[in-house]
Design a binder for this molecule. Sequence first.
Ligand code: PLP
Length: 376
Amino acid sequence: MTGDGTRAVRAGVPEGEPYAAPLPGPTFASHFHLPGDPAVATYAYGRQGNPSWTALEAGIAELEEAVGAVVFPSGMAATTAVLFGLLRPGDAAVLPSDGYQLLPRVRERLQGFGITVRTAPTGNDAQVAVIDDDTRVVWVETPSNPGLDVCDIRRLAEAAHAHGALLVVDNTLATPLGQRPLALGADLSIASGTKALNGHGDVLLGYVAARDPELLDAVRAWRTESGAILGPMEAWLAHRGIATLQLRVERQDANALAVARALRERPEVSGVRYPGLPDDPGHAVAARQMRHFGCVVSFTLPDREFADRFLGALRLVSDATSFGGVRSTAERRGRWGGDDVPEGFVRLSVGVEDAADLIADLNRALDVSSAGSRAT
Ligand SMILES: *Cc1c(COP(=O)(O)O)cnc(C)c1O
């Protein structure tokens, strides 16, 4: 197999035809010329298929080492397609208790449809303990957002399969170049491509990748029936961005490690988490299953006011949600109310700027916010 940089620039890009664009532009079409039987048509109606999705799906499938992928207009559309498309009343599902902040809302909806949901925090033993013979889907997020805890995908896959359940991994934070859940035994790898996969902060996107074509068919049927479809322009933009995924992931990973080390030197900063730090609680498992540790660093400042002063003083890091983009962002996660984190908890997404500039900016903002606390 070729290296990741080569794979990224070629992923889903068609064989070159004379005088054709290297990556054909977005196809804007609600319907396609359709002579005869629709069942044999490659493209018939825009809610069912679009060449810009096909190309992007081929690229994502190559990177995830999947038989195929199904793209969605957001990570949540991909999440709900898997959970509502695969679960039936009477089934049980296991969700992380510390996963993406909307999962508790989704849990309530699943329960409203007669699905039993058990939760456990990210970490192997706790998650394995709640899987039983009724469980149809085990959902894990590793590393988790925003706590950056890690679980062992191989071990969870074995535990899920022993009970006849499917393992779904939310691969948003790692990206398929950082971690290949399917090769580690997971049945489905899903992600919010809004984050590092697209990486430019200008597109919302989700996808589901799988090893089993029947599972993909079920997820694709959900997309057609729910109508949760990606626009062709978004598909093309994201595909264009994948060409630089390896460059971005490598740079952001190196920057994040440098930033995490620098933050640890500061007395105002506690609880620095980054799975790439050799003594991080998640490092041993992460090092076995990840090739890059991602761009997110989390840490805790003394209190809410301190964190707000810090975020306000940063010049190269904007106070914004989301993560994975080329421009660094940070936020006080407690402002959303959905995560179980201290008031001073900050989630920092490290971009592709120069590490020395970022570290200087972070140190300066910490100096400014410390001086503010002494003044009050
Ligand atoms: C952002 C995110 C989602 C939701 O994705 P959207 O594209 O915002 O709908 C799901 N899982 C994780 C881990 C995320 O970070």
